[in-house]
Design a protein around this ligand. Structure first.
Ligand code: NAP
Length: 356
C-alpha cells in the first residue's frame, strides 16, 4: 500500500488524533487529541447532550453514590484524561446529541448534512474526540447529561439526523439498537417461522415489528421473554403470533415452554433472533432453530466460542450472524417502525418518554 493511501485510511478512521498508544485506532486508544477545531477531513459538532451507555452510567452513579455533583466531576475527569467519554472501568461509551458546526465536504455529501443540523452519533463516544466546557445537569432516571462541549467526527463515523416528528428520547432509544430490526429485515423471508428471544426488550419489540412487515401474514412469529412486564408489552403490541414466557438460559425448559404454547407444530424456527441482555442463552437459541436455519446473535452477551462450539457439538449446520450494530440505513428502518406502529410508540413513550 502506498504511504499516501495509508495516510488517507488513517485520516478516514481518525488515527491522526490518537495520542496514546500511537498507531492504534481511536476506540481502543487510551487518549485522543480533543482540540475542538477541525483538521482537514473532520467535522465539528456542538454537543448538547451525552447519553452515557447504561453499564458506564450505572458504574459512575455507584462510585459517586448518585451525587450528581460528584458524577459531573467524575465525567469531566474522564474526558479531560482521555479526550473522549470512554469509561476506563466498563470500557463503554454511549452516544451524543448535538448540532453540526463545521462540516467536511465529503462527510456532508454522504450524510446529506448542512451546518445547524441536529444529529445523534451512531458511533460510540469511545471513538470520538470530545472536549467539555461544563456540565449543566445530569438526569439520573435516563442516563442523560446536559453539557456544553465540542466533538470531532471522522469520515468513517456514522451518525443520524434527528427527525422532527418523533420525541428525542424515543429516537435515541431506538437508534441505540437500530441494527437489530434493520438486519432482521435483510435476513427474514416472507412466510418464515421466526423466534425472538428477549422479545420484550427495546431491540426485541422493534424486531417483532420489522419481522411482521417482512414475513407477512403467512409467517409465524414466536416471541420468547422472561419478564412479566415485558410480556405484557409484547401482548399489547399485538404483532407476535405466539407469546411464550421462558428463561432462555435454561434451553430444555425453553423448548418445553414453546412446545406447550405452540403444540402440534415444529418448535424450530427458520430464523432465530437473540436480543436478550444476559449471557448463557446460546444453546437455547441454537436448539430453537432448524438445523439448517439462520440465527442472528445481536446480544452483546453472546459468546462466539460457546455459539460456534455449541452448534458443532449438536451437529447443526446453522448459519450464525453476529449483530454488527451498523446498517447502511443509519437507523431509518427503526425510526420508520416507530411511525408505522402506534402501539410500539406508546410502549416506547411509557418506557423512555419525557414530559413534553
Ligand atoms: P433490553 O431492553 O434489556 O432487552 C432484553 C430483554 O431480554 C429484556 O426484556 C429482558 O427481560 C429479557 N431477558 C433477560 N433475561 C432473559 C432470559 N433469561 N430469557 C429470556 N429473556 C430474557 O436490551 P436491549 O436494549 O433491547 O438490547 C438487547 C441486546 O442487544 C443487549 O445484549 C445489548 O447489549 C445488545 N446490543 C447490541 C448491539 C450490537 O451492535 N450488536 C447494539 C446495541 C445493543 P428483563 O426485563 O427481565 O431483563
Amino acid at each position: 500500500m502506498s504511504s499516501s493511501s495509508e495516510q488517507n485510511i488513517a485520516r478516514y478512521l481518525g488515527i491522526h488524533r490518537v495520542i496514546e498508544p500511537r498507531g492504534t485506532l481511536p476506540q481502543p486508544a487510551w487518549k485522543l487529541d480533543n482540540t475542538p477545531s477541525v483538521y482537514p477531513t473532520e467535522t465539528l459538532i456542538d454537543v448538547q447532550k451525552l447519553h452515557i451507555d447504561s453499564a458506564s452510567f450505572t458504574q459512575i452513579a455507584k462510585v459517586c453514590e448518585r451525587d450528581t455533583e460528584r458524577m459531573s466531576k467524575h465525567i469531566l475527569d474522564i474526558v479531560s484524561q482521555r479526550g473522549k467519554m470512554h469509561n476506563p472501568v466498563t470500557g463503554s461509551g454511549g452516544v451524543l446529541l448535538g448540532t453540526v458546526e463545521q462540516v467536511d465536504e465529503d462527510f456532508a455529501q454522504e450524510h446529506h448534512l448542512t451546518g445547524g443540523d441536529a444529529i445523534v452519533s451512531l458511533t460510540s463516544l469511545s471513538w470520538l474526540p470530545l472536549s467539555l466546557r461544563r456540565i449543566h445537569k445530569i438526569h439520573l432516571d435516563r442516563a442523560e447529561v446536559e453539557v456544553e462541549g465540542k466533538a470531532i467526527f471522522f469520515r468513517s463515523n456514522p451518525l443520524a439526523k434527528l427527525p422532527h416528528d418523533l420525541q428525542q428520547a424515543l429516537v435515541v432509544a431506538a437508534l441505540d439498537v437500530a441494527g437489530a430490526p434493520a438486519r432482521v429485515a435483510t435476513l427474514a423471508q416472507a412466510g418464515q417461522q421466526v423466534t425472538v428471544l428477549g422479545a420484550g426488550g427495546t431491540a426485541g419489540l422493534l424486531t417483532l415489528c420489522a419481522l411482521r412487515q417482512k414475513i407477512g401474514s403467512n409467517g409465524m412469529i414466536i416471541a420468547l421473554e422472561y419478564s412479566e412486564k415485558a410480556l405484557q408489552d409484547i401482548i399489547d403490541l399485538g404483532v407476535a403470533d405466539v407469546v411464550v414466557q421462558a428463561d432462555a438460559t435454561h434451553p430444555l425448559d425453553a423448548i418445553e415452554q414453546v412446545r406447550h404454547v405452540y403444540p402440534a407444530h415444529d418448535y424450530q424456527a427458520d430464523l432465530t433472533v437473540n436480543v436478550v441482555n444476559v449471557p448463557g442463552t446460546e444453546f437455547a437459541t441454537i436448539l430453537l432453530t432448524k438445523p439448517d436455519g439462520r440465527i442472528l446473535f445481536f446480544s452483546m452477551a453472546t459468546s462466539f466460542t460457546t455459539a460456534a462450539l455449541g452448534a458443532e457439538g449438536m451437529a447443526r449446520q446453522v448459519e450464525m450472524h453476529i449483530g454488527n450494530g451498523y446498517m447502511r440505513d443509519c437507523g431509518s428502518v427503526a425510526l420508520q417502525l416507530l411511525r408505522d406502529y402506534p402501539a410500539l410508540r406508546a410502549i416506547f413513550t411509557k418506557r423512555f418518554g419525557t414530559a413534553v
